[in-house]
Ligand binder design. Sequence first.
Ligand code: TYM
Length: 329
Amino acid sequence: MLSGIQPTAGSFHLGNYLGAVRQWVALQESHDAFYMVVDLHAITVPQDPEALRANTRLAAAQLLAAGLDPDRCTLFVQSHVPEHAQLAWVMNCLTGFGEASRMTQFKDKSAKQGADRASVGLFTYPVLQVADILLYQANEVPVGEDQRQHIELTRDLAERFNGRFGATFTIPKPYILKETAKIYDLQDPTVKMSKSASTPKGLINLLDEPKATAKKVKSAVTDTDTVIRYDAENKPGVSNLLTIYSTLTGRPVAELERDYEGKMYGALKTDLAEVMVEFVTPFRERTQQYLDDPETLDSILAKGAEKARVVAAETLAQAYDRVGFLPAK
Ligand code: TYM
């Protein structure tokens, strides 16, 4: 298992947690799992150096607060393992220009920035992600739906490399849970929750004041119907709330539908607001505890990088050899 999260945004949002990080926590119990804060990816758009450093620690603190255990998984920062950039170069040379141009996240992000301002790094962002995954010979990659295309590119490039140079890389599969593959904006439940696309009222940041979070849940957009029922197509707002409620409490959606039969949307929102406050309050506290002790945090990350490098270096050496690079004596 391997996955990564960008440090740029500061607080994780509910989509990051339910779509990805929650699965990471569960999977560390049963798999050899590598999880990283992808700071190399972060600089594909301009970053303030001090903010980037602070946000990298903050991301690691949140991952630990969410339940990652450094004794059960390898948690590290991408730039601490230079093999990522090294393998990315090789993979860049196997990627077609047109192939990279078809990546939808690149198209969206570069359209937003203006083609002249978008960096070459943003263009090759998915190829760096390919290297991230292949270095650890990952079988599965736990992510949200928006990352599916990047995993498909990873499969294509791994097959291309193996075909050209001999079996080297494991072909990975996406690990995407249907229920939480896409968490939607609370104000516009037809778009995914995201820092860039959502309105502040539609975005739940896990580190926000719990009271503000409760307020956002209570003012979530629903519909003019009155029935509390899961129907993603016709009732996207209510369905999104049911998904969030069900995932945070472990109660199946069908059970929630039964319990809320005949009740008003207000009742569902009030209860979900409470569930959310109960979730974010200890999360914030634990994150703060890790931030208050940066030495411990940094030493967890240093140990993680050391473990990650052992695996990454072995794969890179093999890939370099297959490509035909002369070994350095
Ligand atoms: P990032 O940092 O944008 O998001 C981290 C994870 O959160 C998921 N996610 C969501 N899931 C459900 N609903 C949403 N509304 C939602 N918003 C975000 C994302 O799918 C992701 O799993 N390119 C990656 C980081 C990356 C990576 C990797 C991932 C770099 N290298 C290697 C896997 C393997 C990204 O930007 O995620």
